[in-house]
Design a protein around this ligand. Structure first.
Ligand code: SF4
Length: 62
């Protein structure tokens, strides 16, 4: 699975980090980024839910 976060689009709403906290977190500026150990959690079904939950569709999962 490949996860792409479009940081030009992200508005720092934090929905992704709330939905799948093992995979998404927020950087010092509040923008979404992947956790250091996200590779260990790529089977988490909440990743796709986090993508759907993002209000600006900044997360692409394929
Ligand atoms: S839910 Fe979307 S807008 Fe909010 S922090 Fe995550 S990627 Fe950014």
């Amino acid at each position: 699975m490949h996860i792409d976060i479009d940081t030009d689009v992200c508005i720092g709403a934090g929905q992704c980090a709330l939905t799948a906290p093992k995979v998404f977190t927020q950087d010092d500026d509040g923008f979404s980024t992947l956790t250091p150990d996200h590779h260990d959690h790529l089977d988490d079904p909440m990743i796709r839910e986090a993508s759907r939950a993002c209000p600006v569709s900044a997360i692409t999962v394929d």
